[in-house]
Design a protein around this ligand. Structure first.
Ligand code: PAF
Length: 280
């Protein structure tokens, strides 16, 4: 595995493989890697002849500067995990490499980016599209892999790829959970033992709601989850929405769609956690 820091170096390495028509898989990350990321890496290694992972904490997608400062940076441990997964190249650029000047481009994909994370984190998806498009331009992979935990991000990136006509197949990979149900996240490292215990209520409420939803309305299922989170100690619900998985718009009745997903964001202490569950 080779670690490179500049686009020029990366492209010169990849051109040898591209000349031989090798398929390139790409997994963009912000580091602080865990088993969830490892599952994306393994899928890419399985599907492609060459896998590139990027590790870059992208400043333009943080609307909360404190969150950016607190974001864990663990490149050495990340490289060990990437190597164990069989990744061929790690692209770990400095900020000036990706943003030699301010990125003035504006990405807007309404109504996908107007709801949920888009509403609560203004500018977040613009920043995600800025960096993902720059990374796509640098790597030009055949396939790119994203986790379904960031459900809205995945939908918006698919839309961007379609809009900008990138010849890249975007592949969503299932959420990886701890054995007790907690969705893996780089932010889990910031939870105290007590907060980690409290955070378990999130996935438990989502699981319960799946059974509940089989004989209750969308509205009642919504209330059930809201009440479960409000009743749990140490949790602050930001939103829970039951949406059509394609349009990301709220549904009022189960028969409005054959793809219904419940998306939740909860503060556990000052750690913001997201999760989702598919109803059908
Ligand atoms: O999901 C993430 O880790 C980030 O949003 C991404 C896609 C690497 C862009 O910075």
């Amino acid at each position: 595995m080779k670690v490179v820091h500049t686009i020029k170096e990366l492209q010169s390495e990849l051109s040898t493989h591209k000349d031989l028509y090798k398929k390139i898989g790409f997994v963009p990350t912000m580091g602080a890697l865990h088993e969830g990321h490892a599952s994306l890496m393994r899928k890419s290694v399985e599907d492609n002849e060459v896998t590139v992972a990027s590790v870059f904490v992208n400043p333009t997608q943080f609307n909360d500067k404190n969150d950016l400062l607190k974001y864990p940076r663990t490149l050495e441990a990340d490289c060990a995990l990437l190597q164990a997964c069989g990744v061929d190249y790690v692209f770990a650029p400095e900020i000036a490499e990706m943003y030699p000047s301010e990125d003035m481009r504006m990405f807007s994909y309404p109504p996908l980016d107007e709801v949920m994370e888009g509403k609560h984190r203004p500018g977040h998806f613009n920043g995600v599209c800025q960096i993902v498009s720059k990374l796509f331009d640098a790597v030009m992979p055949d396939r790119a892999y994203f986790g379904e935990k960031d459900f809205q991000q995945l939908a918006i990136i698919k839309k961007m790829v379609d809009d900008l006509k990138y010849p890249i197949e975007v592949i969503g990979c299932p959420i990886v959970r701890e054995t007790d149900g907690l969705a893996l996240s780089s932010r889990n490292a910031r939870l105290s033992a007590e907060e980690r215990e409290n955070a378990l209520n999130i996935s438990q409420a989502l699981y319960k709601s799946c059974t509940f939803a089989t004989n209750h309305s969308v509205e009642d299922t919504q209330k059930m989850v809201e009440n479960a989170i409000t009743a749990a100690s140490g949790l602050q619900l930001e939103y829970f929405e039951i949406v059509d998985g394609n349009s990301l718009q709220k549904i009022a009745n189960w028969d409005e769609t054959d793809y219904a997903v419940g998306c939740i964001t909860v503060f556990c202490g000052d750690v913001r956690l997201i999760d989702n569950i598919r109803y059908k």
